[in-house]
Design a protein around this ligand. Structure first.
Ligand SMILES: [Zn+2]
Length: 154
């Protein structure tokens, strides 16, 4: 089950998508007619399968063709994976911020830190350490920088 919450703030329609994106998802029904400026909040999308990807691209491509300005924010790691794999996944849109996976060197917990893509570009793949929310230990970036941040170099 996917839930969509829409909120208009000024000129921008914020579209929060919650749930895994699979066969049954119908964005035409869930989001409706695309507006001029849309910000897609992707924080709560734990996974997207190949059919989901097709549905996604079909909807946002059609939005782009109608002149919508698309921004994708708070992208979950599942969404970042697709952005890296599929060059037109964002359909001409801007990726504003993404979640970055970390793991604690002390208690081995996995956590995610939110970063603006603008700031990530400035860091040049040198990701700072985070403080573990569970034990206060040192959490370090837990993926391959060249892969996880591959899309930044496009
Ligand atoms: Zn910890």
């Amino acid at each position: 089950m996917v839930n969509v919450t829409k909120e208009q703030k000024g000129n921008v329609l914020f579209v929060r998508i919650v749930g895994s994106i699979e066969e049954s998802v119908n964005f035409d029904q869930l989001i409706g007619t695309p507006t001029a400026e849309m910000n897609i909040v992707c924080k709560e999308i734990p996974r997207i399968n190949s059919v989901g990807v097709k549905t996604w691209i079909k909807y946002f491509q059609q939005a782009q063709q109608k002149g919508s300005q698309l921004t994708f924010s708070e992208c979950s790691t599942a969404i970042v994976e697709q952005i890296n794999l599929i060059s037109n996944f964002t359909c001409g849109g801007v990726v504003e911020s993404i979640f970055v996976p970390f793991s604690c060197t002390t208690c081995k917990s996995e956590l995610a830190g939110l970063f603006k893509t603008e700031d990530l570009k400035k860091l040049q793949l040198k990701i700072p350490e985070l403080k573990c929310t569970k034990c206060g230990g040192k959490a370090v970036f837990d993926d391959i920088p060249e892969e996880y941040f591959g899309f930044l170099a496009r």
